[in-house]
Design a binder for this molecule. Structure first.
Ligand SMILES: Nc1ncnc2c1ncn2[C@@H]1O[C@H](COP(=O)(O)OP(=O)(O)OP(=O)(O)O)[C@@H](O)[C@H]1O
Ligand SMILES: [Mg+2]
Length: 261
């Protein structure tokens, strides 16, 4: 298949971005695809979720890849016990590097240029973004073919979604991105059917998504087991193979593959 780059983006913290990246990678790998994960978040939670606990020098993380000398080769590490998932690890230094981006010309294009100059051979590249919509997320959007949005079901979710869609539109217009990355859709995230707020929010979300012509992906339930899987550095499919959310992540992956062909 043609290489596809997907930025996983939301405009609130703890929305499930890194967990979605981790579990989609697992499902894509199971489907026989090669997956590269780029951790752009200075908090680099993907390290924990992928079971990568040995420190590596900053120069071998995303900071080294996007620093001034960004003609250096990618440094990707394999995710333990997975067939074909490799990660360019995140680092706290990304927060500092983001400040330096401001002084660099065309700094929204640094990641996209890097991927052009030093292409990765993987079928799918998943970009884990930080929650704040700054230069780091701009780089992810410019480099991406698609954007996928996990949306945690809380009262402020819909205003947050509106803000995020506007931000994406203005960014694509301002930078004259051609083509602008397509929003794949929304993954309603951490749903609890016992919560009235969640149920109401889901109804409103269906309406908003239909109006904005956005696909609603399969809903991922709220579950402590996902947190436990993350803490053990595993996808839920490996941690609890028969857990109900395994099927949910699998369905999101299948829906995604249908859309990107
Ligand atoms: N479906 C779920 N049910 C319950 N807890 C979850 C679920 N998915 C993830 N979590 C937990 O919720 C927290 C936030 O998830 P995650 O780190 O994936 O979100 P994020 O959007 O990447 O956050 P950040 O903005 O901080 O990067 C983590 O502690 C994670 O283990
Ligand atoms: Mg995260």
């Amino acid at each position: 298949m043609k290489q596809t780059t997907i930025a996983v983006l939301s405009n609130s913290g703890g929305a499930g971005k890194s967990t979605l990246v981790r579990n989609l990678a697992y499902e894509l790998d199971r489907s026989g695809l090669q997956v590269a994960l780029l951790d752009l978040d200075p908090q680099h939670n993907l390290d924990l979720f992928c079971g990568l606990d040995v420190e590596i020098p900053m120069i071998d993380t995303i900071v080294g890849m996007l620093g001034e000398k960004y003609d250096r080769d990618w440094h990707l590490v394999p995710v333990p016990n997975e067939k074909n998932i490799h990660v360019c690890r995140g680092h706290l230094g990304m927060a500092e590097l983001q400040n330096e981006f401001v002084a660099r010309r065309g700094s929204e294009h640094i990641l996209a240029n890097k991927l052009k100059k030093k292409p990765l051979g993987h079928d799918v590249i998943l970009i884990d973004c930080p929650a704040t919509l700054g230069k780091i997320c701009e780089n992810a959007v410019v480099a991406a073919d698609y954007v996928l949005i996990p949306l945690i079901l809380q009262d402020k979710a819909l205003t947050g979604l509106d803000g995020l869609l506007n931000w994406l539109k203005y960014l694509s217009d301002d930078l004259n991105l051609q083509p602008a990355p397509q929003v794949l859709g929304i993954v309603p995230y951490a749903y609890n059917e016992k919560s009235q707020t969640h149920r109401q929010c889901m109804e409103q979300l269906k309406f908003v998504a239909a109006r904005a012509r956005l696909r609603m992906f399969e809903t991922i339930d709220n579950s402590l087991e996902i947190m436990n899987a993350n803490g053990n550095g595993l996808a839920i499919g490996k941690f609890r193979p028969v857990h109900k959310t395994v099927e949910q992540f699998r369905n999101v992956c299948q829906q995604l593959l249908q859309t990107i062909g």
